[in-house]
Design a protein around this ligand. Sequence first.
Ligand code: PRP
Length: 199
Amino acid sequence: MSHTPTSRGQGKPGEAIREIVFDAAAISRRVQQLARQIEADYSGRSLLLVGILKGAALFLSDLVRHLSFPVEIDFLSISRYSLDSGGGEVRIVRDLEHDIQGKEVLLVEDIVDTGLTLHYLIQSLLRRRPASLAVCTLLERPELRLAEIPIRYAGFRVSRDFLVGYGLDYRDRYRDLPYIATLKLKPSHLSAKPVVSRG
Ligand code: PRP
């Protein structure tokens, strides 16, 4: 990649970071392209973008700055329990401030893996009767998909490599990196997503 990594302490390649997969320039270009697509579909209409915390915060904030029409912003925070802990379920722990009934809503994610998080959220939010509900994700990993969900806008397809940066974390670190990268950690450390308490 042409991007020269910054010397941001924890994320400097040569330490924990193995390889930059998408540098800041590539991310920015793709975010702008997604913004153009969203404009083509929604311009002139009233749109609410809903970011799923925490990972989507960086992507959403860049995305809205590239939209040429006014939008509203809200955030959801969820907890997810692993099957091991008896749940396998998603729960909203910080709900929207907006009433979405009759609104055009775009859910914004940093990454879709199994799709189970969005599957739950879509079912849950559809009960509130929005005028429309669509999904925009920066990354998607089709190999891991367990739930069929409609993704209208997707930035990049990625493989199974565990990724950090630009909102993506490992144990809540590396979200602040301006690029998306792989880690040097052994796969055994990353074999399963940690049981997460999000937001
Ligand atoms: C990530 C991502 C999605 C979810 C996707 O969140 O932001 O919300 O996983 O996974 P799925 O498609 O398998 O359901 P994470 O649990 O890492 O929390 P975070 O956003 O706070 O980092």
